[in-house]
Design a protein. Structure first.
Length: 309
């Protein structure tokens, strides 16, 4: 009774709001679109939409169909992409979503050898997840989720791949450079630069400042790691980043890394996958490679951080 075309029509009606725009997006005539939906309404015995001027409003039944479309359409697309890759002789594609702004450079250390090992697998790294990485994973927009803050659900399996410490980064000439450990109160007069993420999702707030009732004089955001480090090296403020990332920067000799609190902010990177799917072998190999790179990286990084001022 319900066909894929019905799901596509409801999906486009919901997002475009008018028959004209939905029909254009679907490359259908308005009459063909209306005819298909009226036929489904006759079969189901329930109205799926109502008109409000030129706008289309989905009924309760229409919204139920839209929710089904939101789940199934991405799965159709995912499977069709797999079939296309198989038909062209490729093994497949691996789409990786990132919820860790500064972890792109680390991920490249995994992607580079993976591409050499699997020349017939395409890799796509996606970083824009304002809507949340778990939603993207469940919605088949990505195949793997790289995150330092996993939400453990029955539908997702996580594998830890890398441990690191989040540290305060400041100019080497800063007055706090002589301190072994930084306390929350010592940042009260500082300008803090971070990525454009909600403060509640930033470790320096959620694990350091907020629990102690601390604050900073000013909070500014920047999009890129390179600009963050440039601003800190220029003495414009401080930031919090993984210590390995600072060590690898060309500005490392102008910067200083300090532990946030007596125990520091210890973090782990996880790779999450959907449980209900049969995973291709190359996905498991990517996770194994990520763990191997993470193990080597942790060993080198722990050695380096003890030598920094």
């Amino acid at each position: 009774m319900i066909e894929r075309q019905h799901l596509r029509i409801v999906h486009f009606l919901y997002h475009h709001g008018t028959l004209t725009e939905a029909a254009n997006a679907l490359h259908l005539t308005q009459s063909a679109l209306s005819h298909a939906m009226k036929k489904l309404e006759q079969q189901t015995g329930v109205a799926l939409w109502r008109k409000d001027g030129r706008r289309i409003q989905l009924t309760q039944a229409g919204l139920a169909l839209y929710q089904l479309a939101s789940r199934l359409l991405p799965q159709f697309e995912h499977t069709e992409n797999q079939l296309r890759h198989i038909a062209t002789g490729k093994q497949g594609a691996l789409r990786i979503g990132m919820e860790c702004h500064p972890c792109y450079q680390w991920l490249l250390k995994v992607v580079s050898p993976f591409l050499k090992q699997f020349p017939d697998v395409d890799v796509d790294v996606r970083q824009a997840f304002a809507f949340g990485g778990l939603h993207a994973l469940h919605n088949y927009d990505i195949d793997l989720l790289l995150t330092p803050d996993p939400l453990f659900l029955k539908s997702v399996s996580y594998t830890p791949v890398f441990e690191y410490e989040q540290v305060l980064v400041l100019p080497a000439t800063h007055t706090l450079a002589s301190h072994e450990v930084i306390s929350p109160t010592e940042l009260s007069n500082e300008t803090l630069f971070t990525y454009p993420v909600e403060p509640s999702r930033l470790d320096i707030f959620s694990h350091f400042l907020t629990p102690a009732g601390g604050s900073v004089r000013r909070h500014k955001t920047l999009e890129t790691t390179e600009m963050l480090l440039q601003m800190i090296a220029a003495g414009r403020g401080v930031t919090a980043l993984p210590h390995w990332l600072v060590e690898e920067s060309s500005l490392a000799d102008q910067l200083c890394c300090k532990r946030l609190g007596e125990k520091g902010i210890q973090k782990k990177l996880f790779l999450g996958v959907r449980n209900q799917d049969e995973q291709p072998a190359y996905l498991e190999d990517f996770i194994a490679l990520a763990r191997l790179v993470g193990k080597h990286k942790k060993s080198a990084d722990n050695s380096a951080v003890t030598q920094r001022p």
